[in-house]
Design a protein around this ligand. Structure first.
Ligand SMILES: [Zn+2]
Length: 340
């Protein structure tokens, strides 16, 4: 099973499948947050030896909780990306089993082996664990806000602009990742799966949730062996990094990546109408009005993007080849909606 799902050892999917999962785990601890714990505490069965409410991903907080953690056989992670990463870190350090119960599919933390941990204002990816099982309870996931679940497609649709940028780097002789046309081809096939399931994703149906989970797992089968995410990370992410640094506030990852896809597919002249229509059909919220990004900030970010990617030594992309002029900005921000 490990080969099929890469790092996911086993998977349990269906409506209500989180019910009773903890009844045969031996001694277990839970990493969670207030809302997901309220939803699941009476359903999972068994009584945890410890419940850790995740408030921070700072390394010193993780280490403190690790010291205080009683002896357990299993860590059960219940919640979104942080609850999941926190539990992965503890399970990795203790060398114990981890069961992952995502309550939202907005980020891919529940299928990646390492945990995003903060130290000295930087995020590091530490450890390597595999959920056994990964529990995809459709009913539980549907309790999360719809736009958060749909935001899960942002890091999948970024394959469209990410693979294009990888090709650009390869053609320019600037690729640092050993370009693989087969990886690009397999990644683009995931976009077709999302296209076929667009209406299901929009309505957050069982099939729509599963399409997002399957896409994450397939991306991992491509990316984990290579140890890089070049097929889904390109200039659309670079624009987000610039904006995040400029505006100094968090965003819903998949949504701001969506704005990056909108703009960078246009800079690339890479089927922008198709990918925009797909973002609209799945219901991804990527408009600056929704993200509360003012026109002048987005324009400044775009003007600075080439300089930013070069200073930060980000991968070579279409940003190095196509100049973002004032005229280009006027033309391409015209059809976006901005805050009043
Ligand atoms: Zn991403």
């Amino acid at each position: 099973m490990t080969t099929k799902w890469t790092n996911v050892k086993s998977m349990k999917t269906g409506r209500g499948v989180a019910t009773g999962i903890a009844s045969d785990l031996g001694r277990f601890a839970v990493t969670t947050m207030e809302i997901p714990w309220k939803l699941t505490r009476d359903k999972i069965g068994g009584k945890p030896a410890a419940v850790i409410m995740v408030e921070s991903m700072e390394l010193e907080v993780l280490e403190r909780e690790l010291q205080a953690l009683p002896q357990v056989d299993t860590i059960v992670t219940i919640g979104g990306g942080q609850a999941c990463d926190f539990g992965k870190y503890l399970a990795w350090k203790r060398g114990c089993r981890v069961v992952s119960v995502p309550t939202v599919v907005s980020v891919n933390a529940f299928v990646t082996p390492s945990a995003g941990v903060r130290s000295n204002h930087r995020v590091q990816y530490l450890g390597s664990v595999s959920p056994d099982p990964l529990v995809i309870d459709y009913d539980l996931i549907r309790t999360a806000p719809t736009n958060l679940n749909i935001a899960g497609v942002g890091d999948i649709l970024s394959i469209h602009t990410g693979t294009f940028d990888w090709e650009v780097a390869h053609r320019a002789g600037k690729d640092v990742h050993n370009f693989d046309a087969d990886d690009v081809c397999r990644a683009r096939a995931i976009l077709d799966d999302i296209d076929r399931n667009a209406a299901e994703i929009r309505s957050v149906s069982d099939q729509g949730i599963q399409a997002i989970v399957d896409a994450y797992i397939t991306i991992n089968t491509i990316c984990l062996p290579k140890d890089h995410y070049r097929t889904e990370e390109g200039s659309e992410h670079f624009l987000f990094y610039e904006l995040e640094e400029r505006l100094q506030r968090p965003f819903i990852h998949g949504e701001i990546v969506g704005l990056g896809i909108y703009l960078m597919s246009r800079l690339q002249k890479n089927r922008p109408e198709w990918i925009t229509s797909l973002m609209d059909r799945v219901g991804l919220q990527y408009q600056p009005a929704h993200l509360k990004i003012r026109r002048q900030d987005l324009a400044a970010s775009l003007r600075n993007l080439r300089c930013y990617t070069e200073t930060a030594k980000l991968w070579y992309s279409n940003v190095q080849e196509n100049e973002i002029t004032g005229e280009w900005i006027d033309e391409h921000l015209k059809h976006l909606q901005f805050p009043a």
